[in-house]
Write a protein that binds this ligand. Sequence first.
Ligand code: CA
Length: 226
Amino acid sequence: MRSLIIEDEARLARNIAKVLAETTSFAADISTDGEDGLHMALSQAYDLIILDLMLPKIPGLQILRTLRQKGCRTPVLILTARDASDDIIEGLDRGADDYLTKPFEMGELIARCKAMVRRVYDQPNPVIRVGDLRIDTASREVTVQGRRVILPAMEYRLLEYLAMREGQIASKTEIIDHLYDFQSENFSNTVEVYVSCLRRKIDPGPRHELIHTVRGRGYYIGERKS
Ligand code: CA
């Protein structure tokens, strides 16, 4: 999952990105003005946008309207000043999915972000089960046949992304777009490396493969398609 934080208070933006990195599997990009933020939102494949409303160059409500007019379906959580109920109503009416008023508890922001992404991927249950595999997206705990599997951050991120889209093929480009932020190195061959590491750890045996390769198209997790 990949998120975009459009927030001109640089310290707050960095803090949100840090907490997202520590407590979720979301990659995070930061933009500190409205013009740049709108451009990023329209040009990258984000799973979630956190949008401050008071921004230099282009205000948040205008960004929101433009995104929705251009058909962008990414869930947007707006950040507003306290006592700005007109802004909250207008934001929701223009297509925001959720809001928080400043100052807010970081834990509440994170929980709302995770809930929005679950809705987008139609996974209302934070615990995803695929065959013998169980992924608790709240605690990031993974078990296979009841056995705990410890995964490095990027392998977990890939697994959660595939599991959220269970049964659907994800191309290598989609995987790269949704897993890496601008800070990460993104060498496309690392996707194969992560997939093979994951397989070694979560596939219980050759007859019980969970992650499948579709030649020339990508990867998916779930029951093998004939
Ligand atoms: Ca602001």
